[in-house]
Design a protein around this ligand. Structure first.
Ligand code: CAA
Length: 255
């Protein structure tokens, strides 16, 4: 792992992007490593939630401009560097971004691709690609249009100016804002709370919520119902309901 540092805090896998000297610019190798690390965490049973973070100054300052500056359109098409990002959406476990400093361009898209976002109070979110003569390529137009609506998405994307953590909170892009030095711990604590929840139910809820962003309401409601009924096949649902009836704390095992 050239660009990541990884450790576990109990059931929470903490993945830190550690290319600080380039403000965590996301080069091809780094993104490959990151996707592999997310998939590995997803596959390991003892990991119940994943925290993705960066450095103090930058969560990530975007795709690596040096890698793209001289590339032709044909080279970019053949390289197809953002296809691998689709695999981030395939991670079933909760992924929480802990964002300190800059989350710009691909860095903002990476935060938006996570399920939940905890922001440090000096974090800055933005899609400055327009200032490079570009546009987002790793999902920024889609995430922002869906989550903010057309007008606010276009303003952010057209002007390319970053917004503060507080503004991102008001827009619903982040879950909470905390002091910078408490950011990673707050994300880990949230991960630990999720780790106490029944994993199969968390997975089905995630699937249903992402489907809601992507389908007609009737299809989404149908899918949600079917996932709900499916959970009755899990031991955890039985345990959760029984524990409620017996007025005790449930123990969930992911089965
Ligand atoms: N790619 C490559 N290198 C980058 C980088 C990036 N996205 N962002 C920062 N760096 C490098 C700088 O070149 C610099 O390297 P050197 O020390 O070798 O010169 C180093 O990181 C530190 O950066 P700065 O000196 O620029 O730091 P600063 O504090 O003065 O400015 C900043 C910080 C405002 C974030 C500024 O670095 C910046 O504007 N970065 C680019 C942001 C951007 O445009 N991102 C979008 C990229 S395109 C994209 O992401 C497409 C997509 O949809 C995925």
């Amino acid at each position: 792992m050239a660009y990541l540092s990884i450790h576990d805090d109990g059931p929470v896998r903490v993945i830190r992007i550690a290319r600080d000297e380039r403000l965590n610019a996301l080069n091809l190798e780094l993104v490959d490593e990151l996707v592999a690390a997310l998939e590995a965490a997803d596959a390991e049973e003892q990991v119940r939630a994943i925290v993705l973070t960066g450095g103090d100054k930058a969560f990530a300052a975007g795709a690596d401009i040096a890698e793209m500056a001289e590339a032709s359109a044909v080279e970019m098409k053949l390289r197809d560097q953002f296809r691998v990002w689709d695999r981030i959406r395939g991670v079933h476990k909760p992924v929480i971004a802990a964002v300190r400093g800059f989350a710009l361009g691909g860095g903002c898209e990476l935060a938006l691709a996570c399920d939940l976002v905890i922001a440090g109070e000096r974090a800055k979110f933005g899609q400055p690609e327009v200032k490079l003569g570009l546009m987002p390529g790793a999902g920024g137009t889609q995430w922002l249009a869906r989550r903010l609506g057309k007008a606010r998405a276009l303003e952010l994307l057209w002007l390319g100016e970053p917004i503060s953590a507080q503004e991102a909170l008001a827009l619903g892009l982040v879950n909470r804002v905390v002091p910078d030095d408490a950011c990673v711990q707050a994300a880990v604590d949230l991960g630990k709370r999720l780790a106490e929840m029944p994993p199969v139910a968390l997975r089905c809820i995630k699937e249903a919520v992402y489907q809601a962003m992507d389908t007609a309401l009737a299809d989404g409601l149908e899918a949600e119902r079917n996932l709900f009924y499916l959970l009755f096949a899990t031991e955890d649902a039985r345990e959760g309901m029984r524990a409620f009836m017996e007025r005790r704390k449930p123990t969930f095992r992911g089965r």
